[in-house]
Design a protein around this ligand. Structure first.
Ligand code: HEC
Length: 440
């Protein structure tokens, strides 16, 4: 026994020495390609993270901190259980990448030579989480002043556009100079082809909390043809439509962007908008976004009634039958608020199969991603969509906004202190062979 242990220790030491000589990791040779791809898109000026990870100095000065957060898998943030199902946009590091970062940190973070950097070690594109510069940036007209009075605010912005031509959308991304203030944002892309309808001389925003709400009526004429409806919640990157999938950005219209600002104790300003990325190839499969649960289909059927009692941990379920023909599902986007603890969604088919959609074992309000499937998921007619949400309304939940906990009853409401149990899904009619299409 002792002999065996000694032999094992010697061989481990030997391996360490040999591998140490053979491939001592350096920043440029090994680490930059990982941190620039997996960390820097969020850790750059203007993005959600509190500091940059763009240079050797940025990374080296936080080396031991970085080792800790990658080993615990707190960073990069990815809350979906990889044992339940994998996604095309999975952000997790591999065990080998984590080991490499850890070894580099243990070796005192050597810099190495810039000329050793592989081609993949390039800086992220500023101002976007997508891989290239946007083809079109549409921004709110003015920066909005938000007084630091701890009030929540709902503001509806109008962003008019009049392009040379319509365009096929490959990706769309919400941006804001002050993402940390935002609870969520939704945007409707409204086509307004009729030149008799003025898109410019109406108010550029309505502050639905402080203003006269009837101002919103000015936007009524725009709400006739909706080309797309998307959104952003903390943690979300961009919405991406590969290959022949997507939607078409109309030539003329407005974006109606609703931003829900969380309470803030300091004065702030906010400039938001959307980045659009176009593709030359045609969009023959136009998708739509459908929302189930709170604020969507089946809201009234949540079981039991969506009433979360103080000092209780409770699970709610929703079952909705797919009423239309066979569909292909491209992504799911789960949503709960601060009391959320665990989230699961799956489908049962009329043939008796279960299709796993997403499981988030340890819900964190700060990280809510759009989960894209590697291949379209076929949802046959008559399939049942199941959503299960567990909520922790006790003092054990550090995110609980109420201390002592309060009863929470929510119907279609979207304040941070209310709750939601929602699943948004990107759908389109099924076509033979969809399951085989690679969506990466
Ligand atoms: C999707 C965006 C995103 C990605 C990708 C990301 N981070 Fe972060 N990171 C954040 C945000 C936002 C915060 C601040 C919120 C927080 O601390 O929880 C943060 C916080 C941190 C912190 C401070 C943690 C703490 O406890 O205060 C470290 C260290 C860190 N990130 C390192 C990394 C490293 C290393 C990577 C890549 C391997 C990475 N991050 C990838 C968004 C991101």
């Amino acid at each position: 026994m002792a002999m065996k242990t000694t032999a094992l220790i010697i061989s481990i030491l030997f391996f360490r020495i040999v591998s140490g000589y053979a491939q001592e990791p350096t920043y440029y040779k090994d680490i930059a390609a990982i941190t620039l791809t997996h960390c820097a898109p969020c850790h750059q000026p203007g993005e959600a993270a509190p500091f940059s990870l763009l240079t050797y100095e940025d990374v080296a000065k936080r080396a031991s901190y970085i080792k800790k957060v990658v080993q615990s898998r707190y960073m990069p943030p990815w809350r979906a259980d990889p044992g339940y199902r994998h996604f095309a946009n999975e952000r997790t590091l591999t065990d080998a990448q984590i080991a490499l970062i850890s070894q580099w940190v243990d070796d005192k973070a050597p810099e190495g030579k810039p000329s050793d950097a592989p081609a993949s070690a390039h800086l992220p594109v500023p101002g976007t989480l997508f891989s290239r510069k946007p083809d079109l940036v549409l921004t709110t007209a003015d920066s909005l002043h938000l007084p630091g009075d701890n009030a929540e605010r709902f503001v509806i912005f109008k962003i008019p556009f009049d392009l040379k031509d319509s365009a096929n959308v490959e990706a769309i991304e919400f941006f804001c100079n002050n993402k940390r203030l935002i609870h969520h944002a939704n945007y409707a892309i409204q086509a307004v082809p009729d030149p008799a309808i003025d898109i410019n001389n109406t108010v550029s925003y309505v502050n639905a909390t402080d203003d006269d709400r009837t101002k919103v009526d000015q936007y009524m004429p725009y709400r006739k043809i909706m080309s797309y409806y998307g959104g952003w919640i903390p943690g979300t990157s961009y919405e991406y439509f590969p290959k022949e999938f997507g939607w078409v950005m109309p030539k003329r219209g407005v974006i109606l962007l609703t931003v829900h600002y969380a309470p803030s104790a300091t004065d702030e300003t906010s400039i938001c908008g959307v980045n659009l990325f176009f593709k030359k190839t045609p969009v023959t499969r136009v998708m739509k976004v459908v929302s189930f649960g709170s604020g969507g289909i089946g809201e009234g059927q949540i079981d039991p009634i969506f009433y979360i009692k103080a000092n209780k941990v409770q699970t709610f379920t929703l079952e909705v039958t797919n009423p239309s023909g066979d569909q292909s599902l491209l992504y799911v986007w789960p949503h709960m608020h601060l009391l959320g603890k665990e989230y699961k969604a799956y489908i049962t088919t009329p043939a008796g199969d279960t299709i796993k959609l997403v499981h988030i074992p340890d819900w964190d309000f700060r990280w809510q991603e759009i989960y894209r499937f590697p291949h379209p998921v076929k949802v046959t007619k008559g399939s049942v969509i199941h959503i299960e949400g567990t909520y922790d309304n006790t003092t054990d939940n550090p995110a609980n906004p109420n201390n002592p906990p309060k009863n929470v009853f929510s119907m279609g409401d979207m304040k941070t202190t209310d709750e939601m149990m929602t699943l948004m899904m990107g759908f389109l009619p099924y076509k033979e062979g969809d399951e085989k299409i690679d969506l990466k």
